[in-house]
Design a binder for this molecule. Sequence first.
Ligand SMILES: [Zn+2]
Length: 168
Amino acid sequence: MLAFTHVAAGCASSLLVAEYMHATPVQTILIMAGGIIGSHLPDIDHPKSAFGSRILPLSIPISTVFGHRGITHSLLAVAGMSWLIWWSLYHLHWHQGYAVPVVAGVATGYLSHLAGDWLTNSGVPLLWPSKRRFVSPLKLCTGDLREYLLAFAMYGWVIFECTRVFAP
Ligand SMILES: [Zn+2]
């Protein structure tokens, strides 16, 4: 799945979570920022991905040890990343009213990435270290027309909802 689509899914899913949490506009921005960041994080294991290519000192060793779509594409990684961010923000003395939205956003964006990759032929090893890959019965080929339609639909909905949420 393309980074363009992962970001769309990260935005849309985190905006849904913000609405579910009855977040304030500031909290909504934090949740969505977390969602965008989280939607990139799993591909830290791919040195040629949009995200991994920007942090080669991390992506190359992770890719070498675990391979692409290994541990970083698992529920264990979602839990570990959420805990790490929570722990970091706690020690940075972030107010809970801001730390919780960031963690919720990152976890949501991360999960949206896994859901996106689940829709592709390769699937995702959600229960890593088990090697079993979970694959959707309805598949998308990376970069095909259906993926672009899905991404544009999500961006359209996000823009529509943002004009409502952030309306003066
Ligand atoms: Zn991925």
